[in-house]
Design a protein around this ligand. Sequence first.
Ligand SMILES: C[S@@+](CC[C@H](N)C(=O)[O-])C[C@H]1O[C@@H](n2cnc3c(N)ncnc32)[C@H](O)[C@@H]1O
Length: 262
Amino acid sequence: MRRWLWLAAIVLVAGCATATRLPPVTQVGTAGTTPPVTVTTASTTGVAPQPDERMEERIAMVESQIEMRGITDPAVLRAMRTVPRHRFVPDSDRDRAYGDHPLPIGYGQTISQPYIVAMMSEALGVGPGDRVLEVGTGSGYQAAVLAEMGCEVFTMEVIPELAARAETTLAEFGYDVTVANADGYFGWPEHAPFDGIIVTAAPDHVPQPLIEQLAPGAALVIPIGPVGAVQTMWRFTVADDGTIQGDNLGSVVFVPFVRSDG
Ligand SMILES: C[S@@+](CC[C@H](N)C(=O)[O-])C[C@H]1O[C@@H](n2cnc3c(N)ncnc32)[C@H](O)[C@@H]1O
């Protein structure tokens, strides 16, 4: 039963949408350089009390969609029960926020299916105090889950309106996450190395700068594959001797990874 549910989950869309035409954005550097960047930092408001609203829906979501599919990391499960997902989606979709599917967040983009967020968070293998880079901020929900797990989170979003809105939402709930409006292909060398890097849009190859910004033993969790088709979720880890190991985590469908130069 559990295996069947897991197989069903991996072919569900994680965040299916079409690419949108983008205004120019500031790139956050290339490896070895420190050019000026457009970086905004969420205000530090401490850990604001989390609202209990819709708590029962979160508990049900974790039990029926996430634990049933084999996610066991207590920190991930606790974070998914805590972060108010309905506050990261448009008001008109709040009643659908805890459903077993992605939802539109505007600009042709989506917030990923809850199970996919949990699976990627667990696959990263990070914990309190770890420094994590997310590429593909979207609504800010995945960043909030990682922050709730105790990670120091840096997140990059190529669409300026989404970056700004996510920054506001994260600050509203007291998550001290650093947000940049930038093409995440180059990572964020000023804050590297990272104890984990998570990419929530699908490029057709592994961005080499992200590999270079991993701390020893850290993981890069990333969907790779063609636009508009089924992709493969990979976890890459770099051993002390520099060899890279790739683990196939299953099939997914993600929005395209968009380059700021077109
Ligand atoms: C499936 S959505 C991410 C969902 C998000 N993690 C959340 O919790 O809501 C993918 C996001 O990646 C962004 N994106 C695509 N290519 C990017 C790039 N090169 N750099 C940064 N963000 C990118 C998209 O604009 C979109 O907002």
